[in-house]
Design a protein around this ligand. Sequence first.
Ligand SMILES: C[S@@+](CC[C@H](N)C(=O)[O-])C[C@H]1O[C@@H](n2cnc3c(N)ncnc32)[C@H](O)[C@@H]1O
Length: 279
Amino acid sequence: MSEEQFTLWQALLEERTGMTLAKERKTFLETSLHIRMRELGIENYDDYYDMLMVGDSGSRAMEWSTLVDRLTVQETSFFRHPDSYALVEEFAQRFLDDRSDGESLDIWSVGCSTGEEPYSLAMTVREQFEAHNAGDYYGITATDISMPTLSKARKGVFPARKVEQIDPRLREKYFEKLSDREYRVNSLLRDRICFARVNVLDLQKAPMRDMDLIFCQNMLIYFRRWRKRQIVTRLAERLAHGGVLVLGPGEITDWQHPLLERTYFGDALAFRRVSEQAG
Ligand SMILES: C[S@@+](CC[C@H](N)C(=O)[O-])C[C@H]1O[C@@H](n2cnc3c(N)ncnc32)[C@H](O)[C@@H]1O
């Protein structure tokens, strides 16, 4: 791949996903494109690039969706950052102590990957609702740009090595063992989560509003600073009054928003919405 071609592919990926691809990842890009081009019987990068730019919009969109899945980093795990989940647990407790009748707790997992994050949120919140005899008045919307990733998340089937790291009490309660190699999340969790495709570059089209908790970790690290700030600002506007935005530790620095104040809990990076209006 020539430097010129690399620059074109880099720009396309950033324009459509927000992700920047460092020069050191050129080999990764070449390998991923090669594999996909071989599957399609395409011989050179320029023909494949053209295929993504011209032709009927349906097949372009489908091909782009497959490619994005190959080029994005989907690494994730259950309860990835324990202090962030401890914060969610405390938030749910307080919500249950203060809530008015019938009020539901609405959570959004942004960049949810294969589902470990929304399922961990569901376990955390459900445990609190059960302890308070509060029924199922909570729901999680989990979104990602990658369709194949979302379809894995929906299935809720995970390798044993990942599930076996979860607290045995929660594992027993929320997973069924399919074989020595795999477990499946049961309906207690699955029924509370709605998975949908949302590109964070198009947040203006996303219907989520008045969320109590927005969890967005390990996605913005691949974005430029200005874009990261723009997205976090848009997420802040989707919080309910009193709602909390949880990012990954260190993911944004020197950032303030007129609607939000920083909230401290262990080494979690979180902001609470304190005003109704900007300014
Ligand atoms: C490294 S995973 C993080 C998963 C999970 N949040 C965690 O912390 O473990 C990053 C996810 O962000 C998604 N992603 C990347 N660009 C995106 C975009 N523009 N809109 C929505 N999701 C995106 C990727 O598909 C991937 O699943």
